[in-house]
Ligand binder design. Structure first.
Ligand code: FUB
Length: 326
């Protein structure tokens, strides 16, 4: 039986859970952390994942099942290493896994693989999505059928290295060199209906403060770092994400999936471990946040475990902040 705030599985390390409800079952698409003795660094070199396994639960009371190997790095012609946080979507009768990995030049890109089953195995496209870069794709299938992917991460995720439109290996980690600059936001792109390409040029999402001014790079408690997720609640778009260096999951809302978004507050206080990464899903009329921490490994950053807990809205649509250990 699955228990709230406990590791969903214990036989392997899992992270970055993207949860979805397909055919009334819960499917979780996590990264698969590999134990090794290498050191951590700001480039994320410790996250050496090589494959994906899909987890599923018939209901929240059921045992969480590991459905086995769904996709491996050796199956994907364009990939060199680091299969990081994936997401999945059901579009036009097929299940799609959208995932980041380093290409043969060492740059993170986004790839797509498809399957007739939500648990895979997934058949990858030959090349990454043209024009894609960085990490952490999250896919929204909007009510009008439009498929929108949100993505991007600072530091190891390389988002700041693409600001000129080309990859600049020497671009410094944000917020250097100008903490007063507007913070970078996640990228967003409408996908083509065959899910193989971006239908439109990606744009960067703006996140504003309560006065309508863009959040600054130095505002590390609120600015975007990585791990975007988009969900809709009562007709509004909720963009949630990790603040990275300050380890919060926070959110911003908008009337449009393309923003601008207004910062609204904190969803989750820091978990054990450096990274925090989540997804939000409705199941049988209640809302849940899936997230990870390093409880299973006693705090080793690259040996994480996925968990879930209930997420509660106030009457005004704000979200009650969760302390993951209370
Ligand atoms: O799992 C590798 C990276 O760690 C993800 O891409 C980030 O969101 C962070 O969780």
């Amino acid at each position: 039986m699955s228990e709230q705030r406990k590791p969903l599985v214990r036989h392997m390390y899992t992270a970055d859970p993207s949860a979805h409800v397909f055919n009334d079952k819960i499917y979780v698409y996590p990264s698969h952390d590999i134990p090794h003795d290498g050191e951590d660094n700001d480039n994320g070199d410790e996250y050496q994942m090589r494959d994906y396994h899909v987890l599923s639960m018939d209901s929240l009371e059921s045992e969480c099942i590991d459905n086995g190997l769904a996709l491996s790095d050796g199956d994907v012609p364009w990939v060199s290493s680091q299969l990081w946080a994936p997401d999945a979507a059901y579009v036009n009768g097929k299940y799609y896994l959208v995932f980041p990995a380093r290409d043969k030049d060492g740059n993170f890109r986004l790839g797509v693989a498809s399957s007739a089953s939500p648990t895979g195995p997934f058949d990858p496209e030959e090349n990454y999505i043209e024009g894609s870069y960085s990490i952490d794709p999250a896919v929204l299938v909007d009510d009008d059928g439009r498929v929108i992917v949100y993505y991007g991460g600072l530091w190891g995720g390389q988002l700041e290295k693409w600001q000129s439109g080309k990859f600049d290996p020497d671009a410094p980690f944000s917020p250097d060199p100008d903490p007063e600059a507007d913070a970078l936001g996640p990228m967003c792109a409408v996908m083509s209906q065959d899910m193989k390409s971006f239908a439109e040029k990606p744009v960067m999402i703006k996140i504003l403060d309560e006065d309508g001014k863009p959040l600054k790079a130095k505002d590390e408690d609120r600015r975007y770092f990585e791990g975007p997720w988009m969900h809709k609640y009562k007709g509004k778009y909720y963009l949630s994400y990790s603040t990275g260096t300050t380890h919060y999951i926070v959110y911003a809302t908008s009337d449009s999936p393309f923003g601008p978004f207004t910062y609204r507050g904190r969803i989750m206080e820091p978990v054990l471990g450096w990274t925090t990464h989540h997804s939000i899903v409705e199941y049988h009329g209640k809302w849940y946040i899936f997230y990870h921490d390093c409880e299973l490994s006693g705090g080793i950053n690259h040996r994480r475990c996925v968990k879930y807990t209930e997420l509660v809205y106030n009457d005004d649509g704000t979200i009650v902040t969760i302390d993951p250990y209370k």
